[in-house]
Design a protein around this ligand. Structure first.
Ligand SMILES: CC(C)=CCC/C(C)=C/CC/C(C)=C/COP(=O)(O)OP(=O)(O)O
Length: 305
């Protein structure tokens, strides 16, 4: 299948206006002005050499056969996932915790491929919550290295398959190299149109609402808006999901048999259909995803009307 390359090896990032991010995010924006990082070069490498993985078997959407019973006209545009149960998966097999997370990445890759094939436009995944910083240091460091490795290894795929990557959350807390990788990848893939993967890292619903309020307060303080102007639409313009055309997930899937939202996208989930799967995330594959989508397509969404 033909794919579009929109990658510019030295992404042009213009200086943000003082209002584009609140002051507590300024250190993050400083990283944008750093000289071209070696991570940019790794993207160039991934483009000129075949990446680790083979490209997906993607054909134009219309010629893709959907599994029996799944309707294209009722497909969710945006699916959000709480990828729970990685450590339990590892413990059940007497494996180290890191094997559970690694298996979780493989599961994520499979689900991304399926979304591309079945015409889902956006997938948001809760990869690391604001509370996960309190996990053992060695585990946190492993996860950071896994994000870096995962994103580097798949850079080629993102370009070949026309996939846009967006990262939401308080990135200032991440290691500098990872921040740069994420910012560069977001910038370099921002015109890709087949599918958007939103990775929530150092993210919580509370964080998102608070940072949006801070940005609105700053605009009011500078006289750009009146406090009475603040409404749902202005609020949504400041939430981190302003990176996507479909900011409200249609379907939220949580794996591992837990029935909680755990501070994920609290505002955005207002009318989302919830689906809880028993499988641990590394076991969540095509059959389970299909079950969730079929269940979603049975739901009647009334939006309170
Ligand atoms: C590159 C990229 C985006 C990678 C994503 C990697 C990944 C699967 C992250 C999930 C992290 C996480 C804290 C899951 C929660 O389940 P848990 O592991 O805490 O499971 P438990 O409930 O069994 O303890």
């Amino acid at each position: 299948m033909p794919f579009s390359l929109h990658f510019s090896p030295t992404p042009l990032i213009t200086a943000p206006s003082p209002l584009s991010k609140p002051s507590f995010l300024v250190p993050y924006y400083h990283t944008l002005h750093a000289p071209k990082s070696p991570l940019c070069s790794s993207m160039e490498h991934a483009l000129t050499h075949q990446g680790k993985q083979e490209a997906f078997d993607l054909r134009p959407e219309d010629s893709q056969t959907l599994p029996l019973g799944l309707r294209r006209d009722a497909m969710p545009s945006h699916v959000a996932v709480i990828m729970d149960g990685n450590r339990r998966w590892a413990r059940l097999r007497d494996l180290p915790v890191r094997s559970g997370y690694e298996a979780g990445v493989e599961s994520l890759r499979k689900i991304v491929e399926i979304c591309c094939k079945w015409g889902i436009k956006v997938l948001s995944v809760f990869a690391f919550s604001s509370d996960n910083w309190f996990r053992p240091k060695v585990e946190v460091e492993f996860l950071m290295s896994l994000f870096e490795r995962g994103m580097q290894e798949d850079t080629g795929i993102f370009f070949r398959e026309n996939i846009r990557i967006s990262v939401i959350g308080d990135l200032t807390k991440l290691p500098k190299a990872l921040q740069e990788l994420m910012v560069n990848l977001e910038e370099a893939t921002k015109n890709n149109t087949l599918f958007q993967l939103i990775v929530a890292v150092s993210y919580s619903g509370h964080y998102d609402v608070v940072q949006a309020c801070q940005r609105l307060a700053l605009k009011a303080k500078c006289g750009l808006i009146e406090p009475s102007d603040i409404n749902v639409s202005l609020m949504e313009q400041e939430l981190e999901t302003n990176c996507t055309e479909f900011p409200h997930p249609d379907l939220l899937i949580r794996t591992s048999g837990e029935f909680r939202i755990s501070n994920f996208m609290l505002w955005q989930l207002a009318y989302t259909e919830l689906y809880f799967a028993q499988s641990l995330w590394p076991d969540f594959g095509e059959a389970e995803f299909l079950k969730a989508l079929l269940a979603f397509q049975q739901r009647q969404r009334r939006y309170g009307v």
